[in-house]
Design a binder for this molecule. Sequence first.
Ligand SMILES: *Cc1c(COP(=O)(O)O)cnc(C)c1O
Length: 431
Amino acid sequence: MPQLTKSAELFEKAKKFIPGGVNSPVRAFKSVGGTPVYMAKGSGAYLTDVDGNTYLDYVGSWGPFILGSMHPRITAALEYTLKNIGTSFGTPIEMEIEIAELLCKIVPSLEMVRMVNSGTEATMSAVRLARGYTGRDKIIKFEGCYHGHGDSFLIKAGSGALTLGAPDSPGVTKGTAMDTLNATYNDIDSVKLLVNENKGQIAAIIIEPVAGNTGVIPAKPGFLAALRELCDQEGIVLIFDEVMCGFRVALGGAQSLYGVTPDLTTMGKIIGGGLPVGAFGGKREIMERVAPLGDVYQAGTLSGNPLALTAGLETLKILIDENPYPELERKAVILETGFSDNLKKLGLNYVQNRVGSMSCLFFTDTPVVNYSTAVTADTKKHGKYFHSMLDQGIYLAPSQFEAMFISFMHTDEDLEKTIKANYNALVASGK
Ligand SMILES: *Cc1c(COP(=O)(O)O)cnc(C)c1O
């Protein structure tokens, strides 16, 4: 069992100077209990903490590390940029054109793209653009989908599809909450109801085409196509938030996997290769409204800086050169099958959802298709499971409602080790 002495000391000190000791809430281990692990080094699929324990990493910095940590080509490219180019100029640079052109080539919906510094910036900007373009105020999102921490997205569903949103967080104004409507994932009727109740007032529908922030929930066949049709009928901008699933479930994202093309797409995580990068883009006619070409304002001091773009660009080039997706699928199937066999042996009926290399084991027997079925999961059991896995050197996201990511660097041996640990952890989590 790993000793976390130094991690515990650091966490105590951090709490004096940083709210909750962390710079992003889920890192604090609140939903699983115990001490957050302070990592000291990452390499490939492994992490080493400040106490010298090593872990097999299935968080991958919450998604970016599809190629593992410190990929030699990315490290070399970053070193080159540091030595020969610089970290930022605040002027246009050639690399910006290179990444924009490449993105438009690989992501079906993109005709023009703007680089930003995070997924949150991308979704906030895309929604502003959709509002500017349509001249409408309201947006529809889906309960349980996460689109970053912009005010418009921190709204709960309330008690039904007709209820207007109430802010999820103090500091979000009532006015903002009123403009955000929540529909039920995988339920087209819930969307149609909201659209009919708010005729001509909906600027955008924003969705994670593979939901990855309530565990993993794939869109049912036909659901995304039905959204596309509805948006076309009603003049609504369809936004796919591919910050997590983009470049993860396929090189061209969920939109290429499912063959449904949104009007705008938001990106992040993998596109930065471990550095802070986001992007939004889509139809030329809409993107031409972005300043300075158009009247919808959007800006960023460090947007498109050479250091961050180097990591992103090199990641994309490796994904194109090596096409790791079939291999990721093979590995994901090994893990899924191993977990299924363990569940069977133990007489458990827990649900596994998976799209490519993102998956989630839900501690519930109820098929998980939306937020309300996801929250049937037993988070206490999950907490025990999480800590047993951690004790066995397997680092999972410290929440039931997060994805498990496999990287290209996970070996078959690593997967076998994980399957064994999964058996023990299922036993430890209790019936
Ligand atoms: C992570 C995430 C975001 C927010 O990205 P940040 O870089 O954390 O701001 C937005 N949308 C989705 C789908 C995400 O998974």
